[in-house]
Design a protein around this ligand. Structure first.
Ligand SMILES: [Zn+2]
Length: 58
């Protein structure tokens, strides 16, 4: 089994952990109803994608 040969310093640990951060969730607004939607996905409020109705909404 692999066992670490050296204890990592506080500085090294902190340098690595400084890179771990959450990224903002990306979203685009629907060109038809201006509702926020996920990019490259059918709009959940009007069911449109690329100027045509893909999913029927009631
Ligand atoms: Zn829409």
């Amino acid at each position: 089994m692999g066992v670490p040969q050296h204890r990592r310093s506080k500085s090294r640990n902190r340098q690595r952990r400084a890179q771990q951060k959450l990224e903002m969730v990306s979203f685009a607004s629907c060109p038809k109803c201006q509702e926020p939607k996920m990019p490259h996905r059918v709009c959940s409020s009007c069911g449109y994608y690329r100027d045509r109705e893909v999913v029927k909404q009631d």
